[in-house]
Design a protein around this ligand. Structure first.
Ligand SMILES: Nc1ncnc2c1ncn2[C@@H]1O[C@H](COP(=O)(O)OP(=O)(O)O)[C@@H](O)[C@H]1O
Ligand SMILES: [Mg+2]
Length: 395
């Protein structure tokens, strides 16, 4: 059989793995790329390539070799200029080369969102030197959040709560930045009531939304996410309106994870991923179509007749705490054991090595008749049953 489409997946983590499964179920052929062998998506893909996606020649060579129908980035750290070249040559880059380029730079997407589209954001300024940062902190005010313009997973990010902390925040940001631009964004700290990811799908038939996903972040990564998050009609409408504006501006087809802070009735745009979002892993149990199914359908131009929430759901992550190559994960049976009023499930990512705070799996819970709090409690209970046992350790 000829595949429905050939997809070159750039990044082969857990999100790429679920996307690969979703795309393959629809008959696609997936070539999974990453910088190391046996990455989660490579284990389930048709073919794989090991390369640095920041190396323009290596990236171009892989695209030329496979001539995919769609190039699907799964991570930010990609030489996006290469994607722009190939898009110009007629290749399909998901959702668009411009979207991948703007979103890998906090300042570029912020300029579009705040200045061109007029979305509500926190007050912000940029700085390229310590001097400039000191001035920016004075103008923006304390407390504020400092982030390198190129970074992810909270790397180099810190909250400045006192003037004395500015120098340390600068050093930390410079240490954590990726790429060659020494630049930070200084933004006002928002004392939000809660934060959400609004999964937004841009399709040929129009823009669709999932129920908002609430989440809790710690040390730059998400710990648990749940769906739905109660929001007033006005707040939800404001978030949807901003999400629609930004995805329409970025263009192309696919699923986006649009992040907002909510304080009272005020909805503040934060950032977005032009691809499935880690907090969206809750959709692996919460919806008739997961965020990965939705991304695949949007890319392949297939219909999405309706998105249905099965009930209140949650996800909770399993993190490693050290470097190790020899380890196993125990407690699967306990995590999946029946619990009253909830259904639970687990995804283990089969990453070859652990690192401190590396995400190794996720527990999922669905409380069909219950609340998001019930689902959160169940997901937390399930993940607590899982443990990473490192070689040489006595259980
Ligand atoms: N201006 C802010 N005010 C309050 N909290 C913030 C602010 N910016 C970021 N955060 C917190 O830090 C988390 C990560 O920041 P984010 O900008 O989304 O970076 P990343 O690209 O690493 O996800 C957010 O989800 C939020 O919890
Ligand atoms: Mg984020």
């Amino acid at each position: 059989m000829r595949p429905v489409a050939r997809i070159l997946l750039l990044g082969s983590g857990e999100l790429g793995r679920e996307f690969t499964i979703a795309a393959k179920r629809l008959g696609a052929y997936v070539i999974a790329c990453d910088s190391y062998e046996k990455a989660p998506a490579m284990q389930v893909a048709d073919d794989y390539e090991v390369l640095s996606m920041l190396d323009d020649e290596a990236l171009a060579a892989v695209i030329e070799k496979h001539r995919p129908d769609h190039i699907v980035p799964e991570v930010e750290a990609i030489r996006t200029e290469v994607l722009l070249d190939f898009e110009d040559k007629g290749y399909s880059v998901v959702p668009s080369a411009r979207a991948t380029m703007l979103t890998m730079n906090r300042d570029r997407i912020r300029d579009v969102a705040a200045n061109e589209l007029g979305l509500v954001t926190s007050r912000f300024l940029y700085a390229e030197t310590l001097e400039e940062m000191r001035a920016a902190v004075k103008t923006v005010g304390i407390p504020c959040v400092v982030k390198p313009v190129m970074s992810s997973s909270g790397k180099g990010q810190s909250i400045v709560t006192a003037e004395e902390a500015v120098d340390a925040a600068w050093d930390y940001a410079v240490e954590g930045m990726r790429g060659d631009r020494q630049r930070v964004i200084v933004e006002a700290f928002i004392a939000f009531d809660y934060e959400i990811t609004l999964l937004t799908i841009r399709t040929r038939q129009g823009v669709l939304f999932c129920e908002p996903i609430g989440h809790r972040q710690e040390l730059g990564d998400y710990r648990e996410s749940w769906q739905p998050t109660p929001m007033s009609k006005t707040a939800l409408a404001a978030a949807q309106d901003m999400a629609r504006k930004v995805v329409d501006d970025l263009g192309g087809y696919g699923l986006f994870g649009v992040e907002f802070f909510v304080a009272g009735e005020q909805v503040i745009f934060s950032e977005l991923s032009p691809r499935p979002h880690d907090t969206g892993m809750v959709t692996l149990i919460s919806q008739n179509l997961t965020e990965f199914d939705l991304h695949a359908r949007a890319i392949l131009g297939l219909p999405i007749p309706h998105i249905h929430l099965n009930g209140a759901s949650a996800s909770a992550v399993l993190l490693a705490d050290r470097h190790a190559e020899d380890f196993r994960i125990e407690g699967l049976a306990e995590a999946l054991a029946p619990a009253p009023g909830v259904e639970t499930d687990v995804r283990l990512f089969s990453k070859p090595v652990t690192r401190p705070n590396r995400r190794m799996g996720v527990a999922l819970a669905l409380a069909r008749e219950g609340t998001a709090d019930d689902a959160r409690a169940a997901a937390r209970a399930a993940v607590a049953k899982l443990s990473i046992v490192y070689a040489g350790e006595v259980q």
